[in-house]
Design a protein around this ligand. Sequence first.
Ligand SMILES: [Zn+2]
Ligand SMILES: [Zn+2]
Length: 288
Amino acid sequence: MRVLRSPVDAIGSALLPACCTLCGSPLPRLSSIPICNACWTEIPPQTGIVCLRCGDSLDAPVVEGIEASYVCRACRVSPPPFAKAVSFAAYDGRLREAIHALKYGRLHPAAKKLGTMLAEAMARLMPDAPQEMLVVPVPLHRTKHRQRGFNQARALALGAIERLRHTHPDWKLRLAPSTLMRLRATETQAGLTPTQRRKNVRGAFKVSHPAVVRGQHVLLVDDILTTGATARAAAQSLIKAGAASVYVATLARARRFNSNVSPAHAARDAQSAFADMHSSSSSHQPAS
Ligand SMILES: [Zn+2]
Ligand SMILES: [Zn+2]
């Protein structure tokens, strides 16, 4: 006869698979999160050189000592309305599978653990980020919300805030989950070019209660950032509603391009960035 350790285990074993959702290997013990430890360790944090504004990884060699050479071409050509975007890891491998499982398999318990990873990304904003921030999850359109049953960005934000309450108790983060609305059920962004993505989300967001946002520093949270088109559109509407600043944190970062930048091209880019930085005082104006 099998003896169950606790009623919670009994419920867990009834609801959750005994195998890892990602790799299929048997789980050593009942867990509220059906993902094995080996799979979690296969999600390494982002390393390497990243753009100071949008967090995209930079292939280009950086010109030592020139800060502007750490800003990617897209951010230089059209500076984003947000101050800075950070991500925990590349949207790849196990993280990609875990996010997929969370979104489409309703793997809700995983949101807490994935939220701790998002918290790590958020903490990277700490040196510059304001002490008090309003955390706004990127909303789903109500049709999609109804289909999915929950907003993964909100679930991740909750997990992250809970974690940061322990690791950074002085950082005042307040969740404002229904401040931003998605007005249009935009087409899925997958397979669209950066320009198509921008068009697709233009005017897609609206702030429901501008008084909540006015004068506040906002930390916009989402699961994945690709071209940044969604983050730009959402940040734009928050700033229009009076937000003092907008920062962005996502769990994963997808590569914007399959970039193949020649070293000569990259060096030229870095030099023109340096020239831009020293000739323009309005480089932080959002481009429309
Ligand atoms: Zn596994
Ligand atoms: Zn950038």
